[in-house]
Write a protein that binds this ligand. Structure first.
Ligand code: AMP
Length: 171
């Protein structure tokens, strides 16, 4: 699968090696394998809902939620969710942004899995953890990614937050 992730130099800004997963997703057999491999570590665990990070996280999270029989909860950028939200502001590898969750999104969901495409500095995933912790009595089972960039330290940040991580490949 790693051979089908395309690297674009200096995108979206100079100095960033952008890992483009569209070239992996466009292969039907590899998309199938990807979903199976992202699902496998969480099978048999008690998971009620997947909190998925806009926008590339949605691509895998819907399929994984279907396989694990869980709810699908979108974590979204500002002005996308129509009802009342909790929000967290955080820094990215490039720029800063905010993420939101509907205040009633986790009603009746205790055990939560986070899914995104890529773990870099961990800012986005840590924001997801903080957002989920704004709700009462939630247990974060783990966080799953296609790609981990270990040099950027995101995995360590999640370890410090006591969140188990899984990824398919590293760059
Ligand atoms: P971070 O918050 O630094 O862990 O960044 C993770 C988020 O930013 C993910 O949702 C990725 O989609 C995106 N991202 C960060 N760095 C890259 C990169 N080098 N290539 C592709 N996407 C990236």
């Amino acid at each position: 699968m790693k051979n089908f992730v395309r690297t674009i130099q200096d995108y979206p800004i100079k100095g960033i090696q952008f890992r483009d997963i569209t070239t992996l997703l466009q292969k039907a057999d590899l998309f199938h394998e990807l979903i199976d491999e992202m699902t496998e570590p969480w099978e048999g665990m008690k998971i009620d809902a997947i909190v998925s990070i806009e926008a590339r996280g949605f691509i895998m999270a819907g399929a994984i939620a279907y396989k694990l029989n869980t709810a699908f909860i979108p974590m979204r950028k500002p002005d996308k969710l129509p009802a009342d939200t909790f929000k967290v502001k955080f820094d990215l590898e490039y720029g800063s942004t905010e993420m939101h969750l509907h205040k009633d999104a986790l009603d009746n969901h205790e055990n939560i899995l986070i899914i995104d495409d890529l773990l870099a500095t961990g800012g986005t995933a840590a924001a997801a953890v903080k957002l989920i912790q704004m709700f009462e009595n939630k247990n974060i089972v783990g966080a799953g990614f296609i790609i981990n960039l270990p040099e950027l330290g995101g995995e360590k940040i999640l370890q410090k937050l006591d969140v188990k991580t899984h990824s398919i490949m590293e760059f």
